[in-house]
Design a protein around this ligand. Structure first.
Ligand SMILES: [Fe+2]
Ligand SMILES: [Fe+2]
Length: 176
């Protein structure tokens, strides 16, 4: 099965935006943890997950350059919203901070799975990478639940807001 060039460009554009957004969310969380919130164990967890996101982001950054794909025009806005979401969720507490990771990863799980299903044999390496990254994200989601993410009560609203926001960002970043 051959993939259209346009579709592959959309995949890489949105994945690049998403992985960069993930780095920014963790930067925002670490900003809170380095200033007003003291939680060394949470900080260590987030620093570890951020290393994976950087690796994911660098891969797509490279693909963008190699294939001469235009990155989304919304990068500066996603940067701002990512840091804001990370910072905001963390000052609400550990449960909110970890729910932020869980909610985003649940959206990304489905997003990557859909790409994996569509990628043909002409994009073997890209497919292999996305399969690996999706496994990393699922691992992050498990860590988030282990560390206290919950969807009880008001947290269910936060979950829905983050998921809706992430889905909108995905739609926009594919095209624009
Ligand atoms: Fe990632
Ligand atoms: Fe992740």
């Amino acid at each position: 099965m051959k993939n259209s060039k346009n579709k592959i460009e959309e995949f890489i554009r949105v994945d690049h935006a998403g992985e960069r957004g993930a780095v920014k969310i963790y930067e925002g969380q670490l900003l809170a943890l380095n200033t007003i919130i003291k939680d060394e164990s949470l900080k260590k967890t987030i620093e570890e997950m951020k290393i994976h996101e950087k690796e994911h982001c660098e891969f797509f950054e490279n693909e963008i350059k190699k294939r001469k794909i235009r990155p989304t025009k919304f990068l500066p806005l996603w940067d701002l919203l990512g840091v804001g979401l990370g910072f905001g969720s963390t000052i609400l507490g550990k449960k909110a901070a970890m729910l932020c990771t869980a909610s985003v990863e649940e959206v990304i799980d489905k997003h990557y799975q859909s790409q994996i299903n569509q990628l043909g044999s002409d994009e073997k390496n890209l497919k292999k990478k996305i399969i690996k990254f999706r496994e990393d994200e699922l691992h992050h989601k498990d860590i988030a639940y282990e560390k206290g993410a919950t969807k009880k009560g008001l947290y269910s609203i936060m979950d829905k807001v983050i998921k809706t926001g992430s889905k909108i960002a995905i739609r926009i970043s594919e095209k624009i």
